[in-house]
Design a protein around this ligand. Structure first.
Ligand SMILES: Nc1nc2c(c(=O)[nH]1)N[C@H]1C(S)=C(S)[C@@H](COP(=O)(O)O)O[C@H]1N2
Ligand SMILES: [Mo]
Length: 401
Protein backbone atom coordinates (compact mmCIF):
# COMPACT_ATOMS: atom_id res chain seq x y z
CA UNK A 1 0.00 0.00 0.00
CA UNK A 2 1.60 3.25 -1.04
CA UNK A 3 -1.58 5.33 -0.93
CA UNK A 4 -0.23 8.64 0.40
CA UNK A 5 2.82 8.48 -1.84
CA UNK A 6 0.67 7.74 -4.81
CA UNK A 7 -1.64 10.63 -3.93
CA UNK A 8 1.30 13.02 -3.67
CA UNK A 9 2.60 11.83 -6.99
CA UNK A 10 -0.78 12.28 -8.66
CA UNK A 11 -1.13 15.74 -7.19
CA UNK A 12 2.33 16.62 -8.39
CA UNK A 13 1.54 15.48 -11.91
CA UNK A 14 -1.75 17.31 -11.89
CA UNK A 15 -0.04 20.54 -10.84
CA UNK A 16 2.65 20.15 -13.50
CA UNK A 17 0.09 19.55 -16.23
CA UNK A 18 -2.01 22.52 -15.21
CA UNK A 19 1.06 24.70 -14.92
CA UNK A 20 2.36 23.73 -18.36
CA UNK A 21 -1.03 24.25 -19.91
CA UNK A 22 -1.32 27.67 -18.29
CA UNK A 23 2.15 28.64 -19.43
CA UNK A 24 1.16 27.92 -23.00
CA UNK A 25 -1.36 30.73 -22.81
CA UNK A 26 -0.07 34.04 -24.08
CA UNK A 27 -1.53 35.75 -21.03
CA UNK A 28 0.94 33.78 -18.91
CA UNK A 29 3.96 33.99 -21.18
CA UNK A 30 7.18 35.90 -20.77
CA UNK A 31 6.18 38.59 -23.21
CA UNK A 32 3.03 39.47 -21.28
CA UNK A 33 4.98 39.46 -18.02
CA UNK A 34 7.60 41.69 -19.61
CA UNK A 35 5.10 44.27 -20.89
CA UNK A 36 3.36 44.44 -17.52
CA UNK A 37 6.74 44.51 -15.82
CA UNK A 38 7.87 47.52 -17.83
CA UNK A 39 4.64 49.41 -17.11
CA UNK A 40 5.00 48.59 -13.41
CA UNK A 41 8.67 49.55 -13.47
CA UNK A 42 7.77 52.98 -14.81
CA UNK A 43 5.04 53.50 -12.19
CA UNK A 44 7.21 52.24 -9.32
CA UNK A 45 10.17 54.41 -10.36
CA UNK A 46 8.05 57.56 -10.53
CA UNK A 47 6.40 56.66 -7.25
CA UNK A 48 9.71 55.92 -5.53
CA UNK A 49 11.49 59.09 -6.63
CA UNK A 50 8.57 61.39 -5.82
CA UNK A 51 8.08 59.58 -2.51
CA UNK A 52 11.74 60.13 -1.62
CA UNK A 53 11.37 63.81 -2.42
CA UNK A 54 8.34 64.09 -0.16
CA UNK A 55 9.99 62.17 2.66
CA UNK A 56 13.28 64.03 2.44
CA UNK A 57 11.79 67.47 2.46
CA UNK A 58 9.73 66.61 5.52
CA UNK A 59 12.76 65.24 7.38
CA UNK A 60 15.51 67.25 5.75
CA UNK A 61 19.08 66.08 6.32
CA UNK A 62 21.79 68.74 6.69
CA UNK A 63 22.69 68.80 3.00
CA UNK A 64 19.15 69.08 1.70
CA UNK A 65 17.65 72.49 1.14
CA UNK A 66 14.31 72.26 -0.62
CA UNK A 67 13.81 75.70 -2.11
CA UNK A 68 10.57 77.63 -2.19
CA UNK A 69 10.39 77.72 -6.00
CA UNK A 70 8.75 76.81 -8.28
CA UNK A 71 5.75 77.39 -6.05
CA UNK A 72 3.72 74.48 -7.44
CA UNK A 73 6.53 71.91 -7.66
CA UNK A 74 5.48 69.86 -4.64
CA UNK A 75 1.92 69.82 -5.91
CA UNK A 76 3.23 68.13 -9.07
CA UNK A 77 5.65 65.69 -7.42
CA UNK A 78 3.06 64.56 -4.90
CA UNK A 79 0.33 64.40 -7.54
CA UNK A 80 2.60 62.12 -9.58
CA UNK A 81 3.32 60.05 -6.47
CA UNK A 82 -0.31 59.30 -5.73
CA UNK A 83 -1.31 58.90 -9.38
CA UNK A 84 1.55 56.53 -10.27
CA UNK A 85 0.88 54.45 -7.17
CA UNK A 86 -2.81 54.23 -7.95
CA UNK A 87 -2.16 53.38 -11.60
CA UNK A 88 0.10 50.53 -10.47
CA UNK A 89 -2.67 48.68 -8.61
CA UNK A 90 -4.41 47.03 -11.61
CA UNK A 91 -1.06 46.48 -13.29
CA UNK A 92 0.28 44.65 -10.25
CA UNK A 93 -2.80 42.45 -9.98
CA UNK A 94 -2.56 41.59 -13.68
CA UNK A 95 1.14 40.88 -13.36
CA UNK A 96 0.66 38.57 -10.38
CA UNK A 97 -2.07 36.71 -12.20
CA UNK A 98 0.05 36.49 -15.33
CA UNK A 99 3.10 35.01 -13.61
CA UNK A 100 1.67 32.90 -10.80
CA UNK A 101 1.92 29.59 -12.73
CA UNK A 102 5.69 30.16 -12.76
CA UNK A 103 5.79 29.74 -9.01
CA UNK A 104 5.06 26.07 -9.65
CA UNK A 105 8.12 25.61 -11.84
CA UNK A 106 10.74 23.44 -10.14
CA UNK A 107 13.55 25.45 -8.60
CA UNK A 108 16.89 25.17 -10.36
CA UNK A 109 19.65 24.10 -8.03
CA UNK A 110 21.81 27.16 -8.51
CA UNK A 111 22.47 30.01 -6.23
CA UNK A 112 21.51 32.82 -8.62
CA UNK A 113 18.04 31.53 -9.55
CA UNK A 114 17.50 30.69 -5.88
CA UNK A 115 18.26 34.26 -4.84
CA UNK A 116 16.08 35.55 -7.64
CA UNK A 117 13.18 33.37 -6.54
CA UNK A 118 13.70 34.34 -2.93
CA UNK A 119 13.70 38.04 -3.88
CA UNK A 120 10.10 37.57 -4.98
CA UNK A 121 9.08 37.51 -1.31
CA UNK A 122 10.14 41.13 -0.62
CA UNK A 123 9.18 42.14 -4.15
CA UNK A 124 5.61 40.85 -4.11
CA UNK A 125 5.11 41.41 -0.40
CA UNK A 126 6.65 44.87 -0.57
CA UNK A 127 4.62 45.91 -3.62
CA UNK A 128 1.34 44.82 -2.04
CA UNK A 129 2.34 46.48 1.22
CA UNK A 130 3.22 49.77 -0.47
CA UNK A 131 0.09 50.01 -2.58
CA UNK A 132 -2.13 48.96 0.30
CA UNK A 133 -0.66 51.29 2.92
CA UNK A 134 -0.56 54.20 0.46
CA UNK A 135 -4.19 53.75 -0.51
CA UNK A 136 -5.29 53.28 3.10
CA UNK A 137 -3.43 56.43 4.11
CA UNK A 138 -5.35 58.40 1.51
CA UNK A 139 -8.53 57.03 3.04
CA UNK A 140 -7.10 57.80 6.53
CA UNK A 141 -7.47 54.22 7.55
CA UNK A 142 -4.60 52.88 9.61
CA UNK A 143 -5.16 49.19 10.33
CA UNK A 144 -1.53 48.66 11.44
CA UNK A 145 0.54 49.27 14.55
CA UNK A 146 3.38 51.31 13.01
CA UNK A 147 3.76 54.98 12.09
CA UNK A 148 2.67 55.21 8.44
CA UNK A 149 5.46 57.45 7.00
CA UNK A 150 8.16 55.31 8.58
CA UNK A 151 6.69 51.97 7.46
CA UNK A 152 5.90 53.28 3.99
CA UNK A 153 9.43 54.68 3.68
CA UNK A 154 11.26 51.51 4.68
CA UNK A 155 8.85 49.40 2.67
CA UNK A 156 9.81 51.47 -0.37
CA UNK A 157 13.52 50.72 0.00
CA UNK A 158 12.89 47.00 0.45
CA UNK A 159 10.57 46.89 -2.56
CA UNK A 160 12.89 48.87 -4.81
CA UNK A 161 15.89 46.80 -3.71
CA UNK A 162 14.04 43.60 -4.62
CA UNK A 163 12.89 45.20 -7.88
CA UNK A 164 16.49 45.96 -8.88
CA UNK A 165 17.44 42.30 -8.29
CA UNK A 166 14.38 41.18 -10.22
CA UNK A 167 15.08 43.42 -13.21
CA UNK A 168 18.73 42.37 -13.21
CA UNK A 169 17.71 38.72 -13.31
CA UNK A 170 14.92 39.04 -15.84
CA UNK A 171 15.94 41.83 -18.20
CA UNK A 172 17.65 39.67 -20.79
CA UNK A 173 14.78 37.16 -20.94
CA UNK A 174 12.30 39.98 -21.22
CA UNK A 175 14.29 41.64 -23.98
CA UNK A 176 14.27 38.43 -26.01
CA UNK A 177 10.54 37.97 -25.46
CA UNK A 178 9.79 41.50 -26.52
CA UNK A 179 11.61 41.17 -29.83
CA UNK A 180 8.91 40.81 -32.45
CA UNK A 181 10.65 38.02 -34.32
CA UNK A 182 11.73 36.07 -31.27
CA UNK A 183 11.00 32.38 -31.32
CA UNK A 184 9.32 32.57 -27.91
CA UNK A 185 6.83 35.14 -29.04
CA UNK A 186 6.15 33.59 -32.40
CA UNK A 187 5.52 30.29 -30.67
CA UNK A 188 3.25 31.99 -28.17
CA UNK A 189 1.39 33.96 -30.78
CA UNK A 190 1.02 30.92 -32.95
CA UNK A 191 -0.27 28.87 -30.06
CA UNK A 192 -2.75 31.59 -29.18
CA UNK A 193 -4.03 31.48 -32.73
CA UNK A 194 -4.37 27.75 -32.58
CA UNK A 195 -6.03 27.99 -29.24
CA UNK A 196 -4.31 24.95 -27.74
CA UNK A 197 -6.47 24.58 -24.70
CA UNK A 198 -9.54 22.70 -25.74
CA UNK A 199 -9.89 21.25 -22.29
CA UNK A 200 -12.82 23.47 -21.35
CA UNK A 201 -11.71 23.73 -17.73
CA UNK A 202 -9.38 26.61 -18.45
CA UNK A 203 -10.59 29.28 -20.77
CA UNK A 204 -7.66 30.78 -22.60
CA UNK A 205 -7.14 34.47 -22.16
CA UNK A 206 -5.24 36.27 -24.87
CA UNK A 207 -2.37 38.59 -24.22
CA UNK A 208 -4.17 41.55 -25.75
CA UNK A 209 -7.22 40.93 -23.60
CA UNK A 210 -5.23 40.85 -20.38
CA UNK A 211 -3.06 43.83 -21.28
CA UNK A 212 -6.12 45.72 -22.49
CA UNK A 213 -7.99 45.17 -19.23
CA UNK A 214 -4.99 45.93 -17.05
CA UNK A 215 -4.08 49.06 -19.01
CA UNK A 216 -7.69 50.18 -19.25
CA UNK A 217 -8.30 49.70 -15.53
CA UNK A 218 -5.11 51.55 -14.74
CA UNK A 219 -6.06 54.50 -16.96
CA UNK A 220 -9.59 54.59 -15.62
CA UNK A 221 -8.36 54.55 -12.04
CA UNK A 222 -5.89 57.31 -12.86
CA UNK A 223 -8.62 59.41 -14.46
CA UNK A 224 -10.97 59.16 -11.49
CA UNK A 225 -8.16 59.88 -9.02
CA UNK A 226 -6.26 62.62 -10.82
CA UNK A 227 -9.18 65.02 -10.49
CA UNK A 228 -8.14 65.65 -6.92
CA UNK A 229 -5.27 67.63 -8.30
CA UNK A 230 -6.01 68.19 -12.03
CA UNK A 231 -8.92 70.63 -12.24
CA UNK A 232 -10.51 69.52 -15.53
CA UNK A 233 -10.88 65.96 -14.25
CA UNK A 234 -12.59 67.15 -11.10
CA UNK A 235 -16.05 66.15 -12.17
CA UNK A 236 -15.15 62.47 -12.44
CA UNK A 237 -13.30 62.17 -9.15
CA UNK A 238 -14.31 58.96 -7.42
CA UNK A 239 -11.35 57.80 -5.37
CA UNK A 240 -10.52 61.02 -3.66
CA UNK A 241 -11.91 61.34 -0.19
CA UNK A 242 -11.43 65.10 -0.30
CA UNK A 243 -12.46 66.78 -3.50
CA UNK A 244 -10.35 69.93 -3.65
CA UNK A 245 -13.27 72.23 -4.22
CA UNK A 246 -15.47 70.87 -1.45
CA UNK A 247 -15.03 72.26 2.02
CA UNK A 248 -15.44 75.59 3.72
CA UNK A 249 -14.06 78.70 2.01
CA UNK A 250 -13.44 76.71 -1.16
CA UNK A 251 -10.88 74.37 0.40
CA UNK A 252 -11.04 70.92 1.96
CA UNK A 253 -10.32 70.62 5.67
CA UNK A 254 -8.04 67.86 6.80
CA UNK A 255 -8.25 68.47 10.51
CA UNK A 256 -10.94 70.67 11.93
CA UNK A 257 -10.35 73.05 14.84
CA UNK A 258 -12.51 70.90 17.10
CA UNK A 259 -10.51 67.78 16.25
CA UNK A 260 -7.30 69.62 17.03
CA UNK A 261 -8.74 70.86 20.32
CA UNK A 262 -7.97 74.51 19.63
CA UNK A 263 -11.48 76.02 19.51
CA UNK A 264 -11.07 78.06 22.69
CA UNK A 265 -7.46 79.10 22.41
CA UNK A 266 -7.86 80.15 18.78
CA UNK A 267 -10.68 82.52 19.72
CA UNK A 268 -9.07 83.78 22.92
CA UNK A 269 -8.59 87.58 22.82
CA UNK A 270 -5.32 86.94 24.67
CA UNK A 271 -3.95 85.21 21.55
CA UNK A 272 -0.58 86.57 20.43
CA UNK A 273 2.00 85.75 17.82
CA UNK A 274 5.25 85.37 19.72
CA UNK A 275 8.70 85.49 18.16
CA UNK A 276 11.35 83.56 20.13
CA UNK A 277 15.06 84.00 19.59
CA UNK A 278 17.60 81.92 21.53
CA UNK A 279 14.93 80.75 23.92
CA UNK A 280 13.85 84.29 24.80
CA UNK A 281 10.72 86.12 23.74
CA UNK A 282 11.70 88.85 21.33
CA UNK A 283 8.36 90.11 20.14
CA UNK A 284 4.66 89.66 20.76
CA UNK A 285 2.03 90.78 18.27
CA UNK A 286 -1.74 90.77 18.46
CA UNK A 287 -3.98 90.74 15.40
CA UNK A 288 -4.12 94.52 15.20
CA UNK A 289 -0.31 94.74 15.26
CA UNK A 290 -0.16 92.14 12.48
CA UNK A 291 -2.70 94.06 10.43
CA UNK A 292 -0.53 97.16 10.74
CA UNK A 293 2.40 95.40 9.04
CA UNK A 294 2.67 95.36 5.21
CA UNK A 295 0.09 92.96 3.76
CA UNK A 296 1.10 90.39 1.19
CA UNK A 297 -1.20 88.57 -1.27
CA UNK A 298 -0.36 85.32 -3.04
CA UNK A 299 -2.15 82.55 -4.89
CA UNK A 300 -0.71 79.29 -3.59
CA UNK A 301 -1.86 75.69 -3.46
CA UNK A 302 -2.36 73.51 -0.43
CA UNK A 303 -0.82 70.28 -1.67
CA UNK A 304 -1.60 67.46 0.70
CA UNK A 305 0.62 64.38 0.90
CA UNK A 306 -2.56 62.42 0.21
CA UNK A 307 -2.47 63.72 -3.35
CA UNK A 308 -5.22 66.34 -3.39
CA UNK A 309 -4.29 69.91 -4.00
CA UNK A 310 -6.20 73.15 -4.30
CA UNK A 311 -5.21 76.70 -5.04
CA UNK A 312 -6.45 79.66 -3.07
CA UNK A 313 -5.76 83.36 -2.73
CA UNK A 314 -4.13 84.13 0.59
CA UNK A 315 -3.23 87.35 2.31
CA UNK A 316 -1.46 88.19 5.51
CA UNK A 317 2.01 89.14 6.62
CA UNK A 318 5.19 87.69 5.14
CA UNK A 319 7.21 85.73 7.70
CA UNK A 320 10.28 87.71 6.66
CA UNK A 321 8.50 90.98 7.42
CA UNK A 322 7.70 89.76 10.93
CA UNK A 323 11.36 88.81 11.40
CA UNK A 324 12.53 92.15 10.08
CA UNK A 325 10.09 93.87 12.39
CA UNK A 326 11.72 91.95 15.25
CA UNK A 327 15.14 93.13 13.97
CA UNK A 328 16.18 89.60 13.07
CA UNK A 329 18.43 89.43 10.03
CA UNK A 330 20.56 86.32 10.56
CA UNK A 331 18.98 82.93 11.06
CA UNK A 332 19.12 79.30 9.90
CA UNK A 333 15.61 78.08 10.49
CA UNK A 334 12.26 79.30 11.68
CA UNK A 335 10.04 76.81 13.45
CA UNK A 336 6.36 77.60 13.13
CA UNK A 337 4.41 76.40 16.16
CA UNK A 338 0.65 75.87 16.43
CA UNK A 339 -1.71 76.28 19.35
CA UNK A 340 -2.46 72.61 18.84
CA UNK A 341 -0.91 70.45 21.55
CA UNK A 342 1.22 67.61 20.29
CA UNK A 343 -0.04 66.07 17.09
CA UNK A 344 2.30 65.46 14.21
CA UNK A 345 1.47 68.62 12.34
CA UNK A 346 1.50 71.09 15.19
CA UNK A 347 4.86 72.48 14.10
CA UNK A 348 6.88 72.83 10.93
CA UNK A 349 10.24 74.22 9.93
CA UNK A 350 11.07 76.86 7.35
CA UNK A 351 14.61 76.77 6.01
CA UNK A 352 16.33 80.02 5.11
CA UNK A 353 15.20 80.21 1.49
CA UNK A 354 11.61 79.39 2.44
CA UNK A 355 11.54 81.90 5.29
CA UNK A 356 13.04 84.60 3.07
CA UNK A 357 10.48 84.07 0.29
CA UNK A 358 8.00 86.93 0.50
CA UNK A 359 5.18 84.55 -0.41
CA UNK A 360 5.76 82.56 2.75
CA UNK A 361 2.90 84.13 4.63
CA UNK A 362 1.18 84.05 7.97
CA UNK A 363 -2.23 84.27 6.39
CA UNK A 364 -5.26 85.89 7.92
CA UNK A 365 -7.57 85.61 4.91
CA UNK A 366 -8.33 83.03 2.27
CA UNK A 367 -10.20 83.73 -0.95
CA UNK A 368 -11.09 87.18 0.34
CA UNK A 369 -12.60 86.04 3.64
CA UNK A 370 -11.18 86.01 7.14
CA UNK A 371 -9.81 82.52 7.75
CA UNK A 372 -12.38 80.43 9.54
CA UNK A 373 -11.44 78.31 12.55
CA UNK A 374 -11.03 75.15 10.50
CA UNK A 375 -8.56 76.75 8.12
CA UNK A 376 -6.38 78.06 10.92
CA UNK A 377 -7.85 81.22 12.47
CA UNK A 378 -6.37 83.52 13.65
CA UNK A 379 -3.32 82.87 11.43
CA UNK A 380 -1.91 79.96 9.49
CA UNK A 381 1.28 79.39 7.62
CA UNK A 382 1.09 79.13 3.84
CA UNK A 383 4.23 79.00 1.73
CA UNK A 384 5.22 78.10 -1.82
CA UNK A 385 6.43 74.59 -2.64
CA UNK A 386 5.58 73.00 0.71
CA UNK A 387 3.58 69.88 1.51
CA UNK A 388 0.21 70.50 3.14
CA UNK A 389 1.38 68.89 6.38
CA UNK A 390 3.88 71.72 6.72
CA UNK A 391 1.31 74.51 6.25
CA UNK A 392 0.74 74.82 9.98
CA UNK A 393 -2.63 76.11 11.16
CA UNK A 394 -3.48 78.08 14.33
CA UNK A 395 0.03 79.53 14.54
CA UNK A 396 1.09 81.14 17.79
CA UNK A 397 4.89 81.11 17.84
CA UNK A 398 7.90 81.49 15.59
CA UNK A 399 11.06 79.97 17.01
CA UNK A 400 14.07 81.49 15.26
CA UNK A 401 17.39 79.64 15.34
N1 LIG B 1 -1.86 72.64 13.40
C1 LIG B 1 -2.14 71.89 12.34
N2 LIG B 1 -1.89 72.35 11.10
C2 LIG B 1 -2.16 71.63 9.99
C3 LIG B 1 -2.74 70.34 10.11
C4 LIG B 1 -3.01 69.85 11.41
O1 LIG B 1 -3.50 68.74 11.61
N3 LIG B 1 -2.70 70.66 12.50
N4 LIG B 1 -3.00 69.60 8.97
C5 LIG B 1 -2.14 69.90 7.82
C6 LIG B 1 -2.51 69.21 6.60
S1 LIG B 1 -2.19 67.54 6.54
C7 LIG B 1 -2.98 69.85 5.49
S2 LIG B 1 -3.19 69.06 4.04
C8 LIG B 1 -3.34 71.27 5.57
C9 LIG B 1 -4.77 71.42 5.12
O2 LIG B 1 -5.18 72.74 5.29
P1 LIG B 1 -6.74 73.05 5.25
O3 LIG B 1 -7.38 72.20 6.30
O4 LIG B 1 -6.86 74.51 5.52
O5 LIG B 1 -7.18 72.70 3.87
O6 LIG B 1 -3.18 71.80 6.86
C10 LIG B 1 -2.05 71.39 7.55
N5 LIG B 1 -1.90 72.15 8.76
MO1 LIG C 1 -2.25 66.88 4.37
Amino acid sequence: MNGPRHAVQTLHEEISTRRDRALEQPAHDVRTAAVLGIALGVCFSLCFVTGLVSHTLQQPPQWFDWGSRPAGLYRITQGVHVISGTAAIPLLLAKLWSVYPRLFLPLERHIVPAIERLSLVPLVGGSLFMLFTGTANIARWYPWPFFFPRGHYWGAWITIGALVIHIGARASNARVALRRDSSITTAATASSDRNPISDGRIRPIGRRTLLGWAGGASLALTAVTAGQTVPFLRRIVLFAPRRPDIGSQGLPVNRAASEAGVMDRAQDPQWRLIVDVDGAEKLSLDLAALAALPQRHATLPIACVEGWSASARWSGVSVIDVLTHASITQFDTVEVVSLEDGGLYSRSILNTSQARDRDTILATTVNGETLNLDHGFPIRLIGPNRPGVMQTKWVTRLVVR
